[in-house]
Design a protein around this ligand. Sequence first.
Ligand code: 4AD
Length: 494
Amino acid sequence: TTSSSSSTTTTTSSTPSPRRVKTASAQASDELVSIKGWVRTVRRQKTVAFVEVNDGSSLEIQCVLPLEGVDDATMEEINELTTGCSVHAIGKIIESQGGKQSVELSATSLRIIGSCPGETYPLAKKRHSLEYLRTIAHLRPRTNTISAVARVRSTLAGSIHAFFQKEGFNYVQTPLITASDCEGAGEMFRVTTLEIDDVEKLPRAKDEEGNMQAGVDYGSDFFGKAAFLTVSGQLGGETHACALGDVYTFGPTFRAENSQTARHLAEFWMVEPEMAFADLTSAMDNAESMLKFVVSTALEKCDEDLTFFGNFFDKGLKDRLHKLVNVPFVRLPYRDAIKYLQEEIAKDPSKWQFPEVEFGTDLATEHERWLAETKFESAVFVYNYPKKIKAFYMRDNDDDGGETVNAMDLLVPGVGELVGGSQREERLDVLVEKMKELDLNIDDYWWYLDLRRFGSVPHAGYGLGFERLVTYVCGIENIRDAIAFPRYPGNAEF
Ligand code: 4AD
């Protein structure tokens, strides 16, 4: 790909500037081209300098500068070069001699665009731990790992849209500020309006170490009404499914749960398709096709990055991803999942953190991962969960003594739960009864109940945790590395 004319070098001479190429698509040729990016490493030898440059489109490219062939200005610049400088290099793309990458730039000119003091640059050394990189979230996309995550994430987001668009789903944007708690779990952040007085109080609201002090009045609610950040776009999605047929949302959601785990964020993106005239099986079918599509697109478009993750993080990564694409997912009733777990736990209960498993247990990550990783070595839909551990909107199973609902979770190796979904309760009387049992305020949901009053239809949908998908596809351990600026308890600085 070539960039637009705006990316060519500013020059006072009349010679045309060389075409700028991105390293991801650079191919050997006789044409003089230009590359712009940031220096990763510089190695000077007697007759030649090697400069690794990263332009963000691929891992990096090596620029080789034969010191005898370059102009004086370039010579001076080479002496000033440090890791982190932004540079503009001109030369020809040639087949690589060294073998690490397939091509390199045989450069004849190089200019520093922005210098970078090595003593203070936080990324001056080549290797850093992911924990350290989280403390410099504004700079970490310059590293191989985090830039590769960002590219895979972007490809996954694009292919999710591509999947639903090709299937004829309409993309709906549901609000982030809402009065309803979709999951009924009380894990919502409250929205308040700041008033001038409160803004003036803000600096004083912090103690000397910059921590918020207790007891400061930050203002009223949302213009006199209680409002929260949404935990899910589902309820809004349902209104549109019950008008447009098949829709999906893809946006940020918020959970005020105080979780410090490698799988939970306080702000994460969720993909939520909702389908009218559909049941739980259609929801599982759709989730399976969607995942197979997006993972195979990533395998095709992100080969370099997935090879990198395979080499450095997870040797079996590509095999696992190919298996997800090619092997049908297991579909396992919850009751059977419990039976398998009980049998396994009985062999050696001391190996388990939560050995008590029975009908009604909300499966822990260790249970989910055992099912997906050890028992089936595959993606597994667990379905027909006990009513009492699931949300109010899920449809009762008619033939199960009223004990279970048409809900499913998709468990995948390495991550555990990736998707949660259900068929929705479309019968007004049953839904109202259920909401009363759970002490929900019926009046708050008048608009949601209207969908059941006026032309109700069976409908179903699910939510895919987008960062969990990114974690899964990249084979990385911690969800905090799957999003640019992770939000978790105590972390909202950048
Ligand atoms: O199972 P959940 O809570 O389902 C819902 O919110 C439904 N309203 C979805 C629907 O049917 N439209 O969340 C769905 C998925 C989970 O399977 C998980 O992948 C992800 O969202 N998720 C989280 N990801 C990161 N951090 C958290 N705190 C998450 N909580 C849920």
